[in-house]
Every structure is written in structure tokens, then in C-alpha cells.
Design a protein around this ligand. Structure first.
Ligand code: OSB
Ligand code: MG
Length: 376
């Protein structure tokens, strides 16, 4: 397909409530979207980089720069037939997976429209509905957390994940477990602990957690494998898994028993499918992580979650948990039994709300293919 134009936008979107992790508090999202035009169709991609380079080395600003000056020109000068052609097109650029995913996913989004296929089917997805969980940020107090958990359990979510850190862990798990002995419960430390905390982490075993997500360093396999030997609870790796090779290494080293697949973190749909397949072949279940996405990234996460080995509930939840108004139509909704139905229409299955997107845009750069080629 010939690329007729690429438009970058930054949207300012306030979250309906702040989201606190072990490393930051997010109130307002700076959402970076790429709109890729080709032969009368428009594909959309969302960059999942954070406002600051804290979760990974990428941020909204680094992504903007790399899209504008490097990846955009490369894509415009190429004629990709498939989303899967993108990793080769971007090969010269090292790192920057969330930035690459922005464009690659837009091409898959385009391809699904061109082929008249639901994006989920183009990716090889087999599920008609996906199981959903929620990721609950660190709260001001345990009573406030209990209210939030109560609401999400009542809404039907199948798995509750609690963000944790030193000082917000065992006491919190104890309270939630005592009140809800039966729910599927997990925690996510976002690298808040060190190996010297191993004795403390072993005490997490008494709360029947489905998993402990990324307890140690963001780029580590080795120390996680040492920790996993001491834990009954499964470790799930998020930050550490950047691609298929990482997944293979982590599985081989027994650094984890579960993998969180994030579409941006692994560089787009091609690598996400590769991680999924590698894990599936080795009997390791995966689930789809979230990065506080707008409806565009969310719709892509939903499509990805339709693959067979996404057998555990993901952090893919309803639009209303994040936004007063989402930028897609219809918004993402979750059924009373905690499921999202995979759209059975061509493309991503959620229309973009162009007027709302325009209204929320704080920065926009439109570049035509020719100019882009000149810059390459
Ligand atoms: O580690 O999963 C994470 C959000 C920002 C950065 C890292 C993480 C998260 C989440 C949010 O847990 C999940 C969601 O989108 O609801
Ligand atoms: Mg995580």
C-alpha cells in the first residue's frame, strides 16, 4: 500500500481519577496518536509511552521526535503490504518499541480495513469474548482501597490486580483477602523490591495470589529466577519482556511462570504475536497488559487478547474507568460477568470520534509522503 500521509497528534486527556504506581502518579495523559492514510483508508495507532521515561526509556516527547524524524520518513518511503512488514522497515532504529508500535499497529489497523476482516481475525485471534481484569492503583488508605475493590468486584471484573510497593503490600493483601476470600487476586510491584526483600516477598505466598508482577529490576531475568525458586506464587514478568527472545530466556531460566504481553512494550502486533506463540508452545499462559490507553490503543489490546493463549484476564477494561468521554464510538464496555465482546466487523471495530479528537488535540503535525521522503 502506498502511504499518502502520516499525521501525528498529541491529545491531552485527564483521567477520571489519578493512577498511582510504585513509581509515579498520573493525572493527565498525553496521548500520542498516529493517523496513517493510504488509498482512501485511515489506520490509527496509539503510542503507549508515558509522560515521563519512568516505566521504560520512552516518553511522549521522545516518541514524537523519533516518529517525526526517523520512523515516519522510513514508513512513508516504503510500501508495506502488511503490518508485519514494519519491523523490517524500522530495523535501522534501535530500541523505541512503543514508538515503532504506534506506526506498525496503524498499518495492521489499515490492513484489516482493506481486507474487510475484523482486526482480531487478521491477527489470528480465535476468541469471541475476552476475560477482563482491572489494575487498581495505590490509594490514600485501606478503607478507600476497599471501596474501589468492592466496586470493581460488583462490576464483574474477573481478576483484581493491586499495585503495591514497600509499605503498601501485605497489610493491603490481608484486608482484601479477608473480605474477598474467593476472588482472583494479583499484585504488581513495578520493580519496587530488591533481592534483599526476598524474605518479605515470600510472605506474599499466604494470600493465594495468582501472580506477583515484576517484583525486581525492570531489565532482569536472573534475579527473578532466583526469587521464583523461593516463591510458591508465580512471578509474572512485564517490564523485562521486550521481545520473543526475552520471553524464551525468561521461560528457559524459570524467571516467571506467566507473561504480561503489552503491545507497545514489545514493539507492535508482530512481536506481540511472536511472544504469545513462544509462550504458548512452552505452556506459559499470557495476558494483555494496559498502559492507560485511549480507545484506540484499547481497541488494539482487545483484538490482541482474542489470541488463544491470552487465557488469563487482562488489564483491558471499560472506557469509563479512565475517561469521561472516550475518543471511540461505541466506548469499550464490559459485561456483568467481566467480558468484552470482540467486534465482528471489519477493522478495529470502534469508530474514531474525529470531532472529539480534534477538540482534545494540543499538538499536530501533518506531513505528506513526499516531504517525508525528502527528510529520510
Ligand atoms: O505495570 O501494568 C503496569 C499503567 C502504567 C504503567 C504500567 C502499568 C500500568 C497499569 C495500568 O497497570 C493498566 C491499565 O491500563 O489499566
Ligand atoms: Mg505491570
Amino acid at each position: 500500500m502506498k502511504i499518502d500521509g502520516i499525521i501525528l497528534r498529541e491529545l491531552r486527556m485527564p483521567l477520571v481519577r489519578p493512577f498511582e504506581t510504585s513509581f509515579e502518579v498520573t493525572r493527565d495523559r498525553r496521548i500520542l496518536l498516529a493517523e496513517v492514510r493510504s488509498e482512501g483508508l485511515t489506520g490509527w495507532g496509539e503510542c503507549t509511552a508515558g509522560e515521563h521515561p519512568y516505566f521504560s526509556g520512552e516518553s511522549t516527547d521522545t516518541a514524537w521526535q523519533v516518529l517525526l524524524n526517523e520512523l515516519g520518513p522510513m514508513l512513508a518511503a516504503s510500501e508495506p503490504e502488511h503490518g508485519g512488514d514494519c519491523p523490517k522497515i524500522f530495523r535501522k532504529v534501535r530500541g523505541n518499541p512503543m514508538t515503532k508500535a504506534t506506526l506498525e499497529n496503524a498499518i495492521w489497523d489499515l490492513e484489516a480495513q482493506r481486507e474487510g476482516l475484523p482486526l482480531a481475525r487478521l491477527l489470528g485471534g480465535v476468541r469471541e469474548v475476552i476475560p477482563c481484569g482491572v489494575s487498581i492503583g495505590i490509594q490514600k488508605s485501606i478503607p478507600e482501597l476497599m471501596d474501589v475493590v468492592g466496586k470493581e468486584v460488583a462490576a464483574g471484573y474477573q481478576r483484581i490486580k493491586l499495585k503495591c510497593k514497600r509499605g503498601w503490600d501485605v497489610e493491603v493483601f490481608e484486608s482484601v483477602r479477608t473480605r474477598w476470600p474467593e476472588i482472583m487476586l494479583s499484585c504488581d510491584a513495578n520493580s519496587a523490591y530488591r533481592l534483599r526483600d526476598a524474605d518479605h516477598l515470600v510472605t506474599f505466598d499466604s494470600f493465594d495470589l495468582l501472580m506477583i508482577e515484576q517484583p525486581l529490576w525492570h531489565d532482569d531475568f536472573f534475579y527473578h529466577s532466583m526469587l521464583q525458586k523461593r516463591l510458591d506464587t508465580a512471578i509474572c514478568l512485564d517490564e523485562s519482556i521486550g521481545n520473543r527472545r526475552d520471553a524464551l530466556a525468561a521461560i528457559e531460566m524459570e524467571s516467571c511462570r506467566i507473561i504480561n504481553v503489552k503491545l507497545g512494550r514489545v514493539g507492535g502486533f508482530s512481536e506481540a504475536i511472536a511472544v504469545h506463540n513462544a509462550a504458548q508452545e512452552r505452556g506459559v499462559p499470557v495476558w494483555c497488559g494496559g498502559m492507560l490507553e485511549s480507545g484506540i490503543g484499547r481497541s488494539h489490546n482487545i483484538a490482541l487478547s482474542s489470541l488463544e493463549n491470552f487465557s488469563l484476564p487482562g488489564d483491558v477494561s471499560a472506557s469509563e474507568r479512565y475517561w469521561k468521554e472516550d475518543i471511540i464510538e461505541p466506548e469499550v464496555t464490559v459485561s456483568p460477568i467481566g467480558e468484552i465482546t470482540i467486534p465482528d466487523v471489519p477493522g478495529r471495530g470502534f469508530e474514531v470520534r474525529a470531532d472529539l479528537i480534534e477538540k482534545l488535540t494540543v499538538r499536530k503535525e501533518e506531513i505528506r509522503a513526499l516531504e517525508l521522503v525528502g527528510r529520510a
